[in-house]
Design a protein around this ligand. Structure first.
Ligand code: SF4
Ligand code: SF4
Length: 284
C-alpha cells in the first residue's frame, strides 16, 4: 500500500487533489481511498488530506500517520507545521516551491522533489491571481515523481471531474510533470533544535477562538502579499473592514497600511477593493 498525505491551505485545492488522485488511481484499475481533515475552516487555514493506493481492497480507515509521501502545496507550512512528521525513512517529500530540492532536508533521508506550482497555476490561469489553485500542477509532479499512477489517467480524471477550466488544469498537470525535479537526500546528521517553551496566553481560552488574533501571527500562512497602489486608492477603507485578520492600519493621511505580521495572504482585500487598487504579488 502507498500512503500519501497532503498539506495545504483552504483554497489551494488539497482536498480536491486527494480526490482527483483517487479517481486517477481508479482509472488505472487500482484501489484508492481519500478523505480530508479540516482545522479552522476558512480561506487560508491549514488543511490536511489523505490518499491510500493499493491493488487490494483497503480496510484501514485511520488518518495516515506514517506516509510514504508527503505533499506540501504551500511552502509557508514548512515554517510552522511539522509536515514531515512520521514520513517513512526513504520516503518522498514533494514541495510546491521554486527552490531546488537541495534547499530542503529530510532528517531520515529519502527523496525531495520540488516544482513551482504557484507559477504554473498563475501562468495557466488556474484559480485567480489572488488565489492560484496549485493542485493539478502538483498532481502532475506527483505522477512523474512516484510513478504510482499514470499521467494519462490523471488527465482523464481532470477532464472528467474538474468543473472549471478543465483544459487549463490539464495543461497545468502536464507542466507540473515536466517541471518537477527530484533528488535523493541522505539522513541529516544535524539534531533538530529543541522546541522553545510555550509562551503563556494573555487571554483565557474562549468558545470562538483558542487565541486572540493579535497573538496569532498568521503571516506564516502567506504565499501572496497585498500591494496597494496609492494613486488608485480612494481611502474608502473597505480593505480594512473586510480583512479577517485585522491586518490593516491607516497612515497619517488615511491610506491603508498592511501589517504583514498578521496578513495571511487570503486576497479578500484585493477582491473587495472597489477601484482594484490592491494587487496580490508572490512572496520573494
Ligand atoms: S479598499 Fe482599495 S480603495 Fe479602499 S482603502 Fe483599501 S486600497 Fe484604498
Ligand atoms: S491584508 Fe488582505 S490578504 Fe492580508 S489577511 Fe487581510 S484581507 Fe487577507
Amino acid at each position: 500500500m502507498l500512503e500519501i498525505r497532503f498539506h495545504g491551505r483552504g483554497g489551494q485545492g488539497a482536498v480536491v487533489a486527494s480526490e482527483l488522485l483517487a479517481q486517477a488511481v481508479f482509472f488505472d484499475g487500482k484501489v484508492a481511498q481519500s478523505f480530508p481533515f479540516f482545522g479552522v475552516e476558512r480561506r487560508g487555514a491549514p488543511v490536511t488530506a489523505f490518499t491510500r493506493i493499493d491493488d487490494q481492497p483497503i480496510r484501514l480507515r485511520s488518518f495516515i500517520e506514517n506516509p510514504d509521501v508527503v505533499v506540501v502545496l504551500d511552502p509557508g507550512l514548512l515554517r510552522d507545521t511539522p509536515v514531515t512528521e512520521g514520513l517513512k525513512p526513504g520516503g518522498l517529500l514533494l514541495v510546491n516551491s521554486p527552490r531546488p530540492p537541495e534547499a530542503f532536508s529530510l532528517p531520515l533521508g529519502g527523496r525531495i522533489a520540488t516544482l513551482d506550482a504557484t507559477g504554473i497555476a498563475l501562468g495557466r490561469k488556474v484559480g485567480t491571481a489572488t488565489m492560484p489553485v496549485v493542485n493539478t500542477a502538483v498532481l502532475g509532479a506527483l505522477a512523474r515523481a512516484t510513478g504510482a499512477f499514470t499521467e494519462t489517467s490523471l488527465e482523464r480524471a481532470i477532464i472528467s471531474f474538474v468543473p472549471s477550466h478543465p483544459e487549463e488544469n490539464r495543461a497545468a498537470a502536464r507542466d507540473g510533470a515536466e517541471a518537477v525535479r527530484t533528488e535523493p537526500v541522505a539522513p541529516s546528521t544535524v539534531a533538530p533544535a529543541p522546541a522553545p517553551p510555550a509562551a503563556p496566553l494573555p487571554f483565557p481560552e474562549g468558545p470562538m477562538a483558542s487565541r486572540p488574533s493579535h497573538v496569532l501571527h498568521t503571516s506564516s500562512w502567506r504565499t501572496l502579499r497585498p500591494v496597494i497602489d496609492r494613486d488608485r486608492c480612494t481611502r474608502c477603507n473597505f480593505c480594512w473592514e473586510f480583512c479577517p485578520d485585522d491586518a490593516f492600519d491607516l497612515d497619517a493621511e488615511g491610506y491603508p497600511l498592511v501589517r504583514l505580521s498578521y496578513c495571511k495572504g487570503c486576497g479578500i482585500c484585493a477582491t473587495e477593493c472597489p477601484p482594484d487598487a490592491i494587487q496580490m504579488v508572490t512572496e520573494a
